[in-house]
Design a protein around this ligand. Structure first.
Ligand code: NDP
Ligand code: GDR
Length: 350
């Protein structure tokens, strides 16, 4: 007899990670329920290629309207779908925007996580459902130790990180208090061609492509000195799934173990469109100049500085390797190349 398909519920399914995770779960034979927000314009571009007409007899991918700020709706969707695995990826995920919308960020990212955990309890799914929380390297914030690992103390530096700190600990608490299979993935930055356009990597690769094609004059950036541990989103969603396949729930860092300056990322992206950049000046006066023509292509705009910054992130993924057998394969240099190639193709076709 054929085994019954597992059922997964994914919040944030329309985001970068949601799209890769939904694809992975469908490939593994899951029935996937995703929660999407009501929006006045289409917000499903990242999952359009895996969309299935719910009228089809063999459909395995279903979308439900919902919001992390609405407990009644989360309880109803969970009741209807009876998931074996819940992946909580939904969040106001932009660090800088969290300084502008701190209360909303806390509501969706911190309390939203609590609402899901409570829904599990209310519906009597505590023993059945496994829970993944999208925790983040932003929890480490002000550098306490490098590389950062599961035992490194947290020091959040933004309303986003403070909200995610609450979410992290409420997950740990529900695991200890009620025996829930609930795990935190402490994921370092991961990018892809599906990355949101206002995060620094995608902003850079899109600008390099647009400048090359004569569709943009300049790229304005904030802090060029920040260092991030950048991996590929496709590989990181596999780590999320692996965490929920373990007998015991636990918390894991996923990272590459290498760190790169924003400035270097910019140089590589421009190199990939055939432009050699040289830097001139310091601080807000720093500019990136096309070595061949002398044109200024990159400028610093203090508007993009954050009130408190996270200077250096570099993760130690040893535990994930030893316990999950997870490691990354795609390095940051190849990631830049893939994103630039994608953005060149995209822009050429529009
Ligand atoms: P995205 O910003 O691309 O996606 C966020 C998703 O959450 C989108 O589907 C968005 O919907 C949805 N969402 C936002 N607010 C709400 C809400 N109130 N109710 C319901 N849905 C909501 O993020 P990523 O895919 O990059 O990240 C996934 C998760 O992982 C996030 O929680 C993020 O904070 C966390 N994270 C990300 C890392 C990264 O480097 N990418 C690293 C560590 C953690 P819509 O499409 O309508 O905007
Ligand atoms: P981050 O990602 O804050 O690390 O959060 P982001 O790409 O926004 O910033 C990375 C670094 O680049 C600097 N920076 C700029 N950032 C943006 N967005 N725009 C700019 O113009 C710019 N110029 C310089 C930033 O100051 C920062 O130091 C991401 C999100 O996905 C979170 O949800 C996730 O939790 C963390 O990664 C891990």
């Amino acid at each position: 007899m054929a085994e019954k398909s597992k059922v997964a519920l994914v919040t944030g399914v329309t985001g970068q990670d949601g799209a890769y995770l939904a694809q992975l779960l469908l490939d593994k034979g899951y029935i996937v329920h995703g929660i999407k927000r009501r929006s006045s314009s289409f917000n499903t571009a990242r999952i359009d290629d895996i969309y299935q007409d719910p009228h089809e007899k063999n459909a395995r991918f279903f979308l439900h309207y919902g919001d992390m700020t609405d407990a009644t709706n989360l309880i109803r969707i969970m009741q209807e779908t009876q998931p074996d695995e819940i992946y909580n990826l939904a969040a106001q995920s932009h660090v800088q925007v969290s300084f502008e919308t701190p209360e909303y960020t806390a509501n969706s990212d911190a309390l939203g996580t609590l609402r899901l955990l409570e829904a599990i309890r209310i519906l009597g799914l505590t023993d059945k459902a496994r829970f993944y929380q999208a925790s983040t390297s932003e929890l480490y914030g002000l550098v306490q130790e490098v590389p950062q690992r599961e035992t490194t103390p947290f020091y959040p530096r933004s309303p986003y990180a403070a909200a995610k700190l609450y979410a992290y600990w409420i997950v740990v608490n529900y695991r200890e208090a009620y025996g829930m299979h609930a795990s935190n993935g402490i994921l370092f930055n991961h990018e892809s061609p599906l990355r949101g356009e206002t995060f620094v990597t995608r902003k850079i690769t899109r600008a390099a492509a647009a400048i090359k094609l004569g569709k943009q004059d300049k790229l304005y950036l904030g802090n060029l000195d920040a260092k991030r541990d950048w991996g590929h989103a496709r590989e990181y969603v596999r780590g999320m799934w692996l965490m929920l396949q373990q007998d015991k729930a636990d918390d894991y860092v996923l990272a590459t173990g290498k760190t790169t300056e924003v400035r270097t990322f910019v140089e590589w992206a421009f190199a990939d469109v055939g432009i050699t950049l040289r830097w001139q000046g310091h601080g807000v006066e720093e500019t990136g100049i096309d070595d061949a023509t002398g044109r200024v292509l990159v400028e610093v705009d203090p508007r993009y500085f954050r009130p408190t910054e996270v200077d250096l992130l570099i993760g130690d993924p040893t535990k994930a390797l030893e316990k999950l057998g997870w490691s990354h394969e795609i390095g940051v240099r190849d990631l830049v190349r893939e994103m630039v190639e994608y953005d060149l193709r995209e822009m050429e076709s529009h």
